[in-house]
Design a protein around this ligand. Structure first.
Ligand SMILES: Nc1nc2c(ncn2[C@@H]2O[C@H](COP(=O)(O)OP(=O)(O)OP(=O)(O)O)[C@@H](O)[C@H]2O)c(=O)[nH]1
Ligand SMILES: [Mg+2]
Length: 466
């Protein structure tokens, strides 16, 4: 759930009001204007019918409509009747559950006072009392409103016996509260952006099914390969370690910080070849690596050693520690389980100007619409152009270019960020699965002899048709 209503939501409210088409103009927003009763009154008093909308982190969206103006605010609370007012809920915990709760006949619909934010109900029995005076944003990014929505919920409005908990998840910590002026008129329908990468509809159902699907993708049997080895390569600070944390967060259900993440360091924060596994949630082993810079490149031979499985886990990757065939830790006879099964280039999306699988990170910095809501990623023409450019530059098919947003400022998991991550992980696992499938064909063709990367290169194309 974002912090604004969709056209579908406006259609729903319009049909609840029931007097023809309506326009909705945002008069007041606590994230934009501050959560302050005096600002609310300054912007909303005497503006005719209004719609108040509250949003919380759980993805619940609810509020109230009044067909009368918020009156010029006075110090003393002033009750107003409005036979057309109603409370409503559009979403509960991310699920679209549209319900309207009309004002009871002859009851007080709203209450106004200079020190109060929007209040639905009366001064003595307020069904939805949002806040008083001024509320600061908390470090979690929420506004812990000091109102009340449980004591008198259902006094003035016919709430059909439901508890306020089933509307606001039992609290008044909101991420946004907005008040729209509602006027007669036809809304301009914004042109529908076309989705340039087809996916199921973002939401809890998709998240669950992607997790299940990813869990089911396993290396082919009989190869003695417990997980797909995915090597992350990229420039300094491109977001490789953050991606490892993102994947860990997806599967742990909370923000995870397994990998150390850097800021504007001149040298790579990651110094070792570091493997991350995710238990039975996904058969992958992500290898985080040292970031490369113009003055600090990755030695090609070392890179090949990693790809072929000669380099032990946690090996120091600094240029002063180049691994040699004669070193004791050099794995002389690596098997398929030590090799890289898919190499992924990690590119900083906010700096790619021009442009094997490539992860484009930081799309939140690159595209405002995606920053607002990650489910917009495949609707964003800017992200599409970036994907096209990278595909052209790297000579890779478009479905190998995977945009993601790593967790960076968030304190809590975001369903849409997780979905985008899982779409990328699934695609990378498919690439690794195909590679290992080809290796299996190769091994079975050669009997006992073990296939190695060099042999495969010439044979891969034919293996599918074998
Ligand atoms: N806004 C935003 N910031 C990101 C994203 N991914 C990474 N960052 C930030 O970019 C910086 C570098 O991220 P890292 O994950 O340390 O990058 P790295 O590629 O592991 O860097 P080195 O190990 O130093 O090569 C950190 O400040 C991250 O918080 C993203 O998707 N969006
Ligand atoms: Mg790193």
């Amino acid at each position: 759930m974002g912090k604004s209503l969709t056209e579908k939501d406006f259609d729903q409210v319009e049909s609840w009001i029931g007097t023809g088409t309506k326009t909705f103009n945002l008069l007041y927003s606590i994230t934009r204007d501050g959560c302050d009763s005096s600002v609310f009154h300054e912007k909303c008093d005497n503006k005719g019918p209004t719609l108040t909308v509250l949003y919380n982190k759980e993805g619940s969206v609810y509020g109230g409509y009044t067909s009368v103006s918020w009156p010029t605010s006075k110090r003393k609370p002033l009750d107003q009747t409005d036979n057309s007012g109603f409370l409503y809920q559009l979403y509960f915990s991310g699920l679209n559950t549209p319900k309207k709760y009309s004002v009871k006949s002859g009851h007080t619909a709203i209450c106004s006072a200079s020190y109060l934010g929007p209040v639905f109900g009366s001064a003595s029995a307020h069904d939805v009392y949002t806040f008083s005076h001024e509320i600061q944003k908390s470090s979690s990014g929420e506004y812990n409103l000091d109102g009340n929505m449980h004591t008198h919920f259902g006094c003035n409005y016919d709430t059909a016996g439901i508890s306020s908990k089933e509307v606001n998840n039992g609290h008044l910590r909101v991420t946004e509260l907005g008040v729209y002026a509602v006027k007669d008129g036809q809304r301009k329908t914004p042109p529908l952006p076309t989705q340039w990468r087809k996916t199921s509809e973002f939401g809890s159902k998709m998240l669950m099914s992607l997790k299940e699907e990813v869990k089911g993708i396993q290396p082919p049997e009989g190869l003695d390969v417990p997980h797909f080895n995915i090597l992350l390569l990229g420039t300094l600070g491109s977001g490789k370690s953050s991606f490892c944390n993102l994947v860990a967060s997806v599967f742990r259900g909370r923000i995870s910080h397994r990998a150390r993440v850097g800021g504007d360091a001149q040298t790579s924060t990651t110094t070792q070849l570091t493997p991350y596994t995710f238990g039975d949630k996904a058969s992958i082993q992500l290898y985080d690596t040292r970031g490369v810079a113009e003055s600090d490149t990755l030695d090609l031979l070392q890179c090949n050693f990693i790809l072929d499985g000669h380099v032990p886990d946690f090996h120091d990757m600094s240029p002063t520690h180049l691994l040699k065939c004669s070193d004791a830790e050099f794995r002389t006879t690596p098997t398929l389980k030590n090799e890289t099964h898919c190499a992924v280039l990690v590119l900083d999306g906010s700096t790619v100007e021009i442009p094997q699988a490539a992860l484009i990170t930081k799309i939140d910095k690159f595209c405002e619409k995606s920053a607002e809501n990650i489910s917009n990623t495949f609707l964003s023409p800017a992200v599409k152009d970036l994907v096209d450019n990278v595909a052209d530059l790297l000579q890779l098919p478009r479905n190998s270019i995977l945009p993601v947003k790593n967790y960076e400022e968030e304190l809590e998991i975001d369903e849409n960020i997780n979905i985008l991550a899982l779409l990328a992980i699934r695609q990378i696992m498919f690439f690794a699965e195909d590679y290992l499938g080809n290796m299996k064909v190769k091994q079975s063709r050669r009997g006992k002899g073990k296939a190695n990367r060099g042999q495969v290169d010439g044979d891969v194309l034919g293996s599918d048709t074998a």
